[in-house]
Design a protein around this ligand. Structure first.
Ligand code: MG
Length: 250
């Protein structure tokens, strides 16, 4: 059985050091600045915790918080501007590939796992964030790739479902949720994956601790993807072997 591994990006594979927030602030200023002035010290995304949110969801909540009606056309223009700004902001100091990731991805691919993405980023933004660290080469961004992006839906569980559907297309057979695993760093990753029946390996390289992520229902929680047990947890080594043994005995 080939494991389908669906990776979140921010806080899981890379830290973009606030590049996404800065790019979105610039995009909102460009498109809303003429109609609404900010108070001194105020920001467009003031008080919003973006971890685990989808790009469209962030724009929607920002507009609502500013007392503005959600508008599809405006949202699309803001997100286009966001991606353009992200291409610059991503090069600011502080960006890093998170511990263990550089070694882990080729190892998983060599072991036959299907590597996919499952993220609240737009496809274009995901590519920018991964390319900065040379990680884009491990993933597909168009068919027959395995991915779920903010382009698919606003609700994270629908993004997970889209990634699982593409895994089935990729492998030419129905992939059951328990054959997949979502790797993410926030309670939102955990709840969205669980809504689809997919187990989660949570990684405490974002804003949440392993204990907090376990309490949300992650099947496994590790300090980082550098933890020695990670390849086996992702590839299902011992678990898969014990399931096989049970099947053979019964
Ligand atoms: Mg994340």
């Amino acid at each position: 059985m080939r494991r389908v591994l669906l990776f979140d990006i921010d806080g899981t594979l890379v830290s973009a050091a606030g590049a996404g927030r800065r790019a979105l602030e610039r995009a909102l200023a460009e498109h809303l600045g003429a109609s609404r002035a900010l108070a001194p010290g105020e920001t467009w995304l003031a008080g919003m915790k973006l971890d685990g949110m989808t790009d469209r969801g962030i724009v929607r909540e920002a507009l609502v918080a500013l007392g503005l009606a959600f508008d599809e056309g405006l949202c699309a223009r803001v997100l286009d501007a966001y991606v353009a700004h992200l291409r610059q902001e991503i090069h600011a100091p502080g960006y890093r590939v998170l511990p263990g990731v550089d070694a882990l991805l080729p190892r998983l691919a060599a072991a036959g796992a299907v590597l996919g993405l499952c993220t609240g980023n737009l496809a274009a933004g995901a590519r920018v964030k991964l390319a900065r660290g040379g990680l884009d080469r491990h993933f597909g961004f168009e068919p027959p790739g395995v991915y779920g992006f903010a382009d698919d839906a606003e609700a994270r569980e629908e993004i997970v479902a889209a990634a699982l559907r593409r895994a089935s297309l990729h492998l030419g057979r129905r992939v059951r949720p328990e054959e997949a695993m979502v790797i993410g760093d926030t309670p939102r990753d955990v709840s969205a994956a669980r809504a689809c029946g997919i187990p989660v390996l949570a990684v405490a390289t974002g804003r949440f601790t392993a204990a907090e992520l376990s309490a949300c229902g992650a099947a496994h929680a590790v300090a980082s993807l550098e933890a020695p047990e990670v390849p086996e947890l992702l590839l299902g080594g011992r678990a898969a072997a014990s399931r096989r043994n049970c099947a053979e005995r019964s």
